[in-house]
Design a protein around this ligand. Structure first.
Ligand code: HEC
Length: 241
């Protein structure tokens, strides 16, 4: 009765099971054999001793001047920000709206944690105690050549780490161009705004930015009863006088 329900040609269950087991064992055996061959074949270990090779080790030193793939950085202003050892004063790439947009996006990602969206050095990491960077709007940094900014991003500056690995040269220039735009934006008078747009300006001074305590933003926004600074609704930060 059971046999009639099976598809024609299908093996009875009783005889299929040992066959499947045999197949699994065979495949397993073959695969295990492959693994052994890969492991056992002759190979070098970089730091192992090799008396027959120069320098007595298996890894040989790089040929002088070797450049890792993707790291061919020529000695040009685009890659160094320098010309004849002096920081360049102009962009080595065309200035376009796309470049500034890209620069703003990269700046917001990589620089604002410390330098802030405005570039005044009041980033959130600084409010938590990191060394305060100088404002980009000081006379010194307003006059600093473009190549200097490129160099600072590439190699770091004092307490600031370098962003060489995270930001490729083209994006570094985009950031430099955007910093110039940021500097210009903070150094203007109402006269610079086109007459038909002046009405949209809010001429009342902006309220002071909230200063959060070291206990964190969440606690500042969701204050516990009894700890609230009634005037602002925020806990006062240590930074406040
Ligand atoms: C982790 C915080 C941090 C980040 C992120 C950061 N910086 Fe800085 N930056 C600093 C600090 C701190 C200093 C001041 C260092 C010092 O003087 O020791 C500084 C200084 C600078 C200076 C001034 C150099 C001078 O001549 O005095 C420039 C320009 C600068 N940063 C650009 C950038 C740019 C562009 C980015 C984004 C790619 C960036 N920084 C990201 C912390 C940071």
């Amino acid at each position: 009765m059971l046999r009639r329900l099976q598809r024609p040609g299908a093996l009875p269950a009783a005889s299929a099971a040992p066959l499947a087991l045999a197949l699994v064992l065979l495949c397993g055996g073959l695969l295990a054999g492959c693994t052994h061959e890969m492991v056992d074949q002759p190979h070098f270990k970089p730091l192992a001793a090799a008396p027959l090779l120069p320098h007595g080790q298996e890894a040989q030193p790089l040929v002088p001047g070797t450049i890792a793939r993707g790291h061919w950085e020529q000695d040009t202003p685009f890659y160094t920000g320098m010309q004849n050892g002096v920081p360049v004063t102009t962009l080595p790439v065309p200035l376009t709206a796309q470049l500034l947009q890209r620069g703003q996006q990269r700046f917001d990602i990589y620089c604002t944690p410390c330098h802030s969206l405005l570039g005044d050095g009041e980033g959130i990491v600084v409010r938590r105690g990191f060394t305060r960077p100088p404002s980009f709007h000081t006379p010194y940094l307003r006059q600093a050549p473009m190549g200097h900014f490129f160099d600072v991003i590439s190699h770091g500056w004092g307490a600031m780490p370098d962003y060489r690995q995270q930001i490729p040269p083209a994006d570094r220039w985009a950031i430099v161009a955007y910093i110039r735009a940021l500097q210009a934006s903070q150094d203007q008078t109402v006269a610079a705004v086109p007459a038909n747009q002046r009405r949209t300006l809010n001429t009342t001074p902006a309220p002071p930015a909230p200063v959060f305590g070291r206990r964190g933003l969440h606690e500042a926004l969701v204050p516990r009863h009894g700890h609230v600074n009634q005037s602002s609704g925020l806990r006062p930060g240590k930074e406040q006088p």
